[in-house]
Design a protein around this ligand. Structure first.
Ligand SMILES: [Zn+2]
Length: 258
């Protein structure tokens, strides 16, 4: 195994941890927005319920006024009917009184309907207000929790970044550059294990003589997968297809050092 491989593997582990933490931290603003959206929904529901209730109160006042006005007219006609001279005029006033009283009855019916509807809209408003205050409490708790989680992740990230410095320091400059370049192209993955004769990065076959080289203790050469380009390493001895002829001595000695 190339002496830099364990260090590159450490670096890759740290970098993947850093990337995961950054992704989680990046997701926080959206999580806060999603929580706030729930609150907006509950607030809108209260606004709509309040408008409906106000409308129903306005309607109720209108019919109350109708009732008063028709009652007032009926009263006036009755007053006038005491002072009329002709039978015709008396009959006409009686007709007006009957009509006004019918209007009073109609307006009272509508007033009753609207009062019942008003009770409904008041109930709906109260329940929307209750839901809003519950949402406010739970969103406040959620925001606090998100804030705590965010602070913890930020701390983890700082710790991971602090570990990166000493991890990268002993790696030669040219290997750092190579590592960064490959990792950038493969979503943070620069190394792949060669196992069971395959590159675990892409599944393509790794030639036996390269597998042997990967396991040799004194190996200063880096091998990359011909197919995906990842830096290959091996942690296990290669199972020799035929133990009679296979030269497994190098493999078994390498396994103890890795
Ligand atoms: Zn590969």
């Amino acid at each position: 195994m190339h002496p830099a491989i364990p260090r590159l593997l450490d670096l890759q582990t740290i970098d993947q941890h850093i990337a995961a933490l950054r992704a989680e931290l990046d997701a926080f603003p959206k999580r806060v927005r999603d929580a706030d959206m729930q609150l907006t929904g509950a607030r809108n529901a209260v606004t709509a319920a309040r408008e409906a209730h106000t409308h129903s109160l306005t309607e109720r006042k209108k019919f109350e006024l109708d009732v008063r006005q028709w009652k007032e007219r009926a009263r006036k006609y009755r007053e006038q009917s005491g002072a009329v001279k002709t039978n015709e005029a008396y009959k006409a006033l009686q007709h007006e009184i009957t009509n006004a009283e019918a209007e009073v009855a109609k307006a009272e019916d509508r007033q009753l309907e609207i009062m019942m509807a008003g009770e409904d809209s008041e109930r709906r408003l109260k329940s929307a207000e209750t839901a809003l205050s519950q949402a406010e409490r739970s969103i406040a708790a959620e925001r606090k929790e998100l804030h705590t989680q965010h602070a913890a992740k930020k701390k983890d990230l700082d710790a991971a970044l602090a570990k990166r410095e000493p991890a990268i320091a002993p790696i030669p400059e040219d290997l750092r550059v190579l590592y960064e370049r490959i990792a950038k192209r493969h979503h943070g993955v620069a190394l792949a294990e060669a196992r069971d004769g395959q590159c675990r990065g892409c599944g393509m076959r790794v030639l036996p003589h390269i597998l042997q080289q990967l396991l040799r203790d004194a190996n200063d050469e880096l091998f990359r997968c011909e197919s995906c380009g990842l830096i290959l390493y091996s942690l296990e001895p290669i199972p020799a297809p035929n133990p009679e002829t296979g030269s497994s001595s190098a493999a078994s000695s390498a396994s103890s050092s890795s």
